[in-house]
Design a protein around this ligand. Structure first.
Ligand code: SF4
Length: 162
């Protein structure tokens, strides 16, 4: 498609993002320096990938988490928020600790999904080290298996305060 054709398509399609729901209650205890905009490093500590699909949707054009100041980044060194999915497997316990330690302060850790919160379906797995809060301090937990994209966006909005 030519550039002109693409521009016409964009004009014709318009915005597909859902209207913004009212801002959620800001998360208590979060450093004010994190308000406004945060960079998010996602860590899959042992997920089935269901939570990742919802995170993908949360940052897609319909839910558009970036309009509330949240952006995914590839390195914990560039991040303010560590977004953890899945139960923490034994092999991922130390990498998770190191990732959180590599994220500059002030930072926030979000445990996303029932596995991250309390081991969920994976509770009795032989390779399970525990829930996220058993391994690193957690600031916010998001329930659901998996949480809907709107819940992912709401959690990030609670950190950015937007
Ligand atoms: S909470 Fe549900 S969707 Fe998310 S990793 Fe666990 S089993 Fe998968």
């Amino acid at each position: 498609m030519s550039l002109r054709g693409l521009a016409r398509l964009v004009r014709r399609t318009g915005r597909v993002a859902e209207p913004a729901p009212p801002a959620p209650e800001p998360l208590a205890g979060v450093d004010p320096a994190l308000r406004g905009s945060v960079q998010v490093r996602h860590v899959d500590a042992g997920s089935c990938n269901g939570c990742e699909i919802e995170i993908g949707a949360a940052f897609g054009p319909v839910y558009d988490a970036e309009r509330y100041g949240a952006r995914l980044v590839a390195s914990p060194r560039h991040a303010d928020v560590v977004l953890v999915t899945g139960v923490v497997t034994r092999n991922m316990a130390e990498p998770l600790r190191l990732t959180v330690a590599a994220t500059p302060e002030p930072r926030a850790v979000v445990a996303l999904g029932d596995c991250a919160r309390g081991c969920g379906l994976m509770r009795d797995g032989y390779g399970v080290a525990g829930a996220v809060s058993d391994v690193v301090p957690v600031d916010l937990e998001v329930p659901g298996c998996p949480p809907e994209p709107a819940a992912v966006v709401e959690a990030l909005r609670r950190v950015t305060g937007r």
